[in-house]
Design a protein around this ligand. Structure first.
Ligand code: ARG
Length: 566
């Protein structure tokens, strides 16, 4: 639809005195398809064109009547309603959807750019909870969407693998740890040790001293301390990878906080040389009061560097090593100030890429209506959420389709897809509510519903004895309104992807998938396919292939499997 909007805009440029982008902006999709495919409200033009909106609509209708892609343009109450010429448009869209569906999404706007996307980033020896779930799911979808839009994308897992907590975890392990237990379930075991350390330290403050001692050993390169620390990380990454595998995620780069240990001095030196460092109660900070922000702490009073300093070094590394010109951080809203400070310091250091750093924050996740908090010990592990969703999905499929051959594999796709879709259908900055009964409801706005729509298209094609080789667009001479509605939905893929990338918000693609599913299901219910006469059947099968292909591409963009049967 975008190409048509552009042609209309260019035809109306001269009469309206507006440029193409402005006219493009003004065009709307009418809520009721009977009014046409596009509408241009003419009210804003009244002032410059010195006519009533209705007169303007009439004048513009005349201009558009010369365009081959416009079937009719009707002026109504100051609106210009535009109906697109169906047959040629359908041919172009459906044929593209059949041959190369991805071309309907992408205009490759990112060619020549590299984006580094920082996401997931769990902390070792702390729980990988549902809080990190949102970062993981949103981040992975942004990786896929930006790649589709032509960017070279580098996905980075900025693991929390350094800090004083490792001194405590080492001390706790040496006192109470068990090698086999850590190997069996590193994420939970290491966290248990960490929690026990804190509990026992309340009664016995000498433990804190022991923790500090071991962190110092680690910093000084003590062989035993380093070996344990590395082992904790390796075991944890192994466990994280299992969870990522359930989600179909593979990280190219695990570059944790410790990776920057030897890269921070350069940052500190540069800040000092540029006169940006000041002393503040023993610490070294960058004063940001001119920008209404608290100071950014670079070195604590004990000389240790902190989170922000690592992020400064990491940003430079991503820019210099990966040649990234766009830096994206998918991290919860509670770190908003941290990223504002880091981006401001990068700007003060004279980094041009500071203009292209974005903190992609998101709302909280409520689990069965409750907020989760690590402090009150209410932890829900991501792995458990996924496993339970898979078990539930398995049960539902057993009821609905007991003869499905590869049920376990399908249950994994459906269960995990349900969790992902529930997250991504929500506008990114809003809170997400999670309840198993809702996310797995096959009739709601859910993962199973959109996956089922894809499977339904596949099932129609199977029953038709369809083979991939001989399909092309077949024009039967008429397009019903529901067939046309499907064509229009297919044509909106590009706008959905562009907006989702511009706003760093996968929910726009998830919502597009819901819209496409609804129009496909409407088409399916109103237009007999297998029983239709030959020409009509061929047209409807082509539409079904087109819908299946575009749905599959869209599902991939948000990390869902396109199932053929379920
Ligand atoms: N590990 C951090 C946390 O769980 C998130 C890291 C985000 N990325 C970054 N570059 N700071 O809070």
């Amino acid at each position: 639809m975008k190409a048509i909007k552009t042609n209309i805009a260019s035809a109306l440029k001269a009469v309206t005195g507006l440029d193409e982008p402005a006219l493009n902006q003004m065009m709307e999709y009418p809520p009721n398809p009977e009014l046409g495919d596009l509408a241009l409200p003419c009210f804003k033009l009244a002032k410059t064109m010195r006519k009533s909106p209705q007169q303007i609509a009439e004048q513009l209708a005349e201009v558009l009547s010369a365009l081959p892609e416009v079937a009719v343009a009707t002026p109504v109450n100051g609106y210009l309603n535009i109906a697109v010429a169906r047959s040629s448009f359908a041919k172009e869209i459906v044929q593209t959807a059949i041959d190369k569906p991805r071309a309907l999404f992408s205009s490759q706007r990112g060619l020549g750019h590299t984006a580094a996307i920082d996401y997931s980033a769990p902390n070792i020896a702390k729980p990988f909870g549902v809080g990190h779930l949102r970062s993981t799911i949103i981040g992975e979808s942004l990786v896929r969407m930006m790649r589709e839009d032509g960017y070279n994308v580098v996905g980075i897992n900025h693991l929390g693998d350094w800090g004083t907590q490792f001194g405590k975890t080492i001390a706790a392990y040496l006192r109470w740890g068990d090698e086999e237990q850590v190997k069996a379930d590193p994420v939970r075991e290491l966290f248990k040790l960490y929690v026990r350390f804190h509990q026992e330290a309340e009664a016995d403050p000498s433990l804190d001293e022991e923790g500090r001692h071991w962190f110092k050993q680690l910093e000084d390169g003590n062989e035993q301390a380093v070996r344990l620390w590395k082992w904790f990380i390796d075991e944890s990454i192994k466990a994280f990878k299992k969870t990522y595998a359930l989600l179909n995620i593979e990280f190219e780069h695990y570059l944790g906080e410790s990776f920057y240990n030897d890269k921070m001095d350069a940052v500190v030196d540069e800040l000092r040389e540029k006169g940006l460092l000041v002393r503040d109660q023993g610490a070294e900070v960058v004063d940001l009061s001119a920008y209404d922000m608290p100071p950014c702490i670079i070195k604590k009073s004990d000389g240790t560097s902190i989170y922000a300093t690592r992020d400064l070094a990491a940003a430079d590394y991503r820019h210099n090593h990966f040649k990234a010109d766009t830096l994206v951080y998918v991290v919860g809203a509670e770190q908003k100030l941290h990223f504002q400070q880091v981006f401001k310091v990068l700007e003060l250091m004279g980094r041009p890429y500071a203009q292209h750093c974005t903190h992609v924050s998101f709302g909280m996740m409520k689990y069965n209506g409750e907020r989760l908090s690590t402090r009150r010990g209410k932890i829900v592990y991501l792995e458990d959420v996924l496993t339970k969703a898979i078990t539930e999905a398995n049960r539902i499929i057993e009821e609905k389709n007991p003869n499905l051959p590869n049920r376990d594999e399908v249950a994994r796709s459906v269960g995990v897809g349900a969790v992902i879709f529930n997250d991504l259908k929500t506008y990114r900055v809003h809170d997400v509510d999670f309840r198993y009964e809702d996310v797995l409801n096959f009739d709601g706005e859910t993962g199973p519903y959109v996956q089922y729509t894809h499977a339904r298209a596949c099932s129609v094609l199977r029953k038709a004895g369809f083979t991939e080789a001989n399909i092309s667009w077949q024009d039967s001479g008429t397009l019903s309104d529901t067939e046309w509605g499907l064509v229009v939905s297919l044509s909106l893929a590009n706008e959905a992807l562009n907006r989702a990338v511009d706003e760093y918000d996968p929910s726009i693609v998830a919502r597009y998938i819901l819209q496409l599913s609804a129009t496909f299901n409407r088409f399916y219910h109103h237009n007999p396919i297998l029983q239709a006469d030959e020409a009509t059947r061929a047209q409807r099968l082509a539409l079904t292939v087109a819908a299946r292909n575009v749905l599959a591409s869209a599902l991939y963009l948000i990390g869902l499997d396109a199932l053929e049967e379920m």
